[in-house]
Design a protein around this ligand. Structure first.
Ligand SMILES: *[C@@H]1O[C@H](CO)[C@@H](O)[C@H](O)[C@H]1NC(C)=O
Ligand SMILES: *[C@@H]1O[C@H](CO)[C@@H](O)[C@H](O)[C@H]1NC(C)=O
Length: 423
């Protein structure tokens, strides 16, 4: 009996030691790859908007927007990719659109995010030189409007997506808890329940990766995630965002969101076809009781106010667009997605990670488990659909690679993570 216990202990110790080593190596790598945060100041043209202005100034005689009635597809886009909000599916849409029109992306270097959770800096963009202009910025970052604005033409459209903070919290907790040391000392079957019953005992704002456990949306947008919901600074920050973002999507109304996106960007239905990427297997989703939901809401009070504010603006947009019109288009989108599913996907749906035959379509998995579903491409696919099917089914990491982003740091981390948790 005690031998078994001893064995279990050494296993835990081994894991712990490995974790410490691993975390240190990652932190070291992280510091090495985080470019020194030099403020680049120089000529008047050291940002995209200014260098664009120079170009425009020279053409004073060029006819002004006489064709403004006709809408042409918007190509300059800032998509603020929030965590655990179905944003991977939107990313796939943006990648496909960018490829179609040969747009330039501002990509990170060596990894799939802009040195998250450090605040965004232009110097994190691969091959960035002051004055450079890009069409699309869409990788994970901790938002900083002033920095992002330096990369994009002045007409760039700012978009983001939110999700019910309770579900987001649950998802974030389950996905990241092994990467948040605060949760390691929570005992019991259901760590999430233990945490919600007594968050103050387990939480500390300064602890490593603690932002994954409180107001993650607020954190992603660059605000203080430790504000309480009734703090006046919360509404102030929300109003700042509502001035910056042209469209805020809501994950709970994903198809309606895409129709509004299509309308805002003057895109076609074809541009927004999608398969749900990065979904979890349903057994790894915790169902919270109404009491726990209430606790999670209170704990994430700032995110809750943020969500409510933009849920209201979202439905005002739907109203303005026309409820009947949007309903019809949502139906059309559903029909066309189903068509694509029949064309592209083996056995018509998502499968567990271990049943995905081609690693190109295997999505990234959280630390210590493989709960994220993926797809197999149909074997006898009609050749004229092969390319679009493959693109629609390619997970974020692989798609980034195909677009030329080096991901050595992300891959190294993946390799470590699998090595530690596979015994
Ligand atoms: C301005 O003129 C330059 C050079 O003639 C041209 O390359 C550029 O496309 C023009 N820009 C606009 C906005 O018309
Ligand atoms: C979001 O808005 C819709 C429409 O007004 C409403 O039915 C729904 O309850 C709202 N959701 C939340 C969480 O407030």
């Amino acid at each position: 009996m005690s031998a078994i216990k001893g064995k279990k202990c050494t296993l835990i110790t081994r894991r712990l030691i490995l974790w410490v080593v691993l975390t240190n190596i990652m932190l070291l790598l992280y510091c090495l790859t985080n470019p020194s945060q030099v403020k680049m100041r120089g000529s008047q043209q050291d940002t995209c908007p200014l260098s664009m202005k120079e170009v425009l100034k020279k053409n004073v005689s060029s006819p002004s927007h006489s064709m403004s009635e006709v809408c042409s597809p918007k190509v300059n886009i800032m998509f603020m990719k929030t965590h655990k909000t179905a944003s991977s599916t939107i990313l796939n849409i943006l990648f496909r659109f960018g490829e179609k029109f040969k747009l330039t992306f501002a990509f990170p270097d060596g990894r799939n995010d802009f040195s998250y959770p450090s605040p965004f800096l232009c110097s994190q963009v691969k091959d960035y030189r002051p004055g450079d202009c890009f069409n699309i910025v869409c990788n994970h970052m901790r938002f900083d409007h002033q920095e992002v604005a330096k990369l994009l033409p002045p007409d760039a459209v700012y978009i983001t997506i939110l999700r019910d903070p309770v579900d987001l919290f649950e998802s974030s907790f389950n996905y990241y808890h092994r990467a948040v040391p605060l949760t390691w000392r929570i005992n019991g079957e259901n760590k999430l329940v233990e945490f919600l019953n007594n968050p103050q005992t387990f939480y500390s704002p300064e602890a490593f990766n603690s932002f994954y456990l409180k107001n993650l949306l607020f954190f992603d947008f660059g605000f203080d995630n430790n504000l309480e919901g009734d703090d006046p600074r919360v509404m102030r920050d929300i109003h700042k965002l509502s001035k910056r973002f042209n469209l805020v999507l809501v994950a709970e109304y994903f198809d309606e969101s895409l129709i509004l996106l299509k309308d805002t960007l003057c895109w076609t239905m074809e541009d927004i076809l999608y398969f749900k990427l990065n979904a979890r297997r349903s057994s790894s989703v915790s169902r919270l009781t109404p009491e726990l939901r209430a606790k999670a809401l209170q704990w994430n009070g700032a995110d809750w106010r943020l969500y409510q504010h933009f849920n209201n603006t979202f439905w005002a947009r739907v109203e303005a667009y026309g409820r009947k019109r949007i309903k019809q288009e949502v139906e059309e989108l559903g029909r066309r997605n189903a068509e694509m599913e029949a064309i592209c996907i083996q056995h018509g749906g998502a499968v567990e990670a271990q049943n995905i035959h081609n690693s190109r379509f295997l999505p990234w998995q959280p630390v210590g488990e493989s709960s994220i579903l993926g797809y197999n491409v149909k074997e006898n696919i009609d050749p004229k659909f092969r390319e679009i099917c493959e693109k629609m089914l390619t997970p974020e990491i692989q798609y980034l690679s195909e677009l030329g982003v080096s991901l050595w740091l992300t891959r190294l981390w993946g390799w470590f993570k699998d090595a530690v948790f596979s015994f």
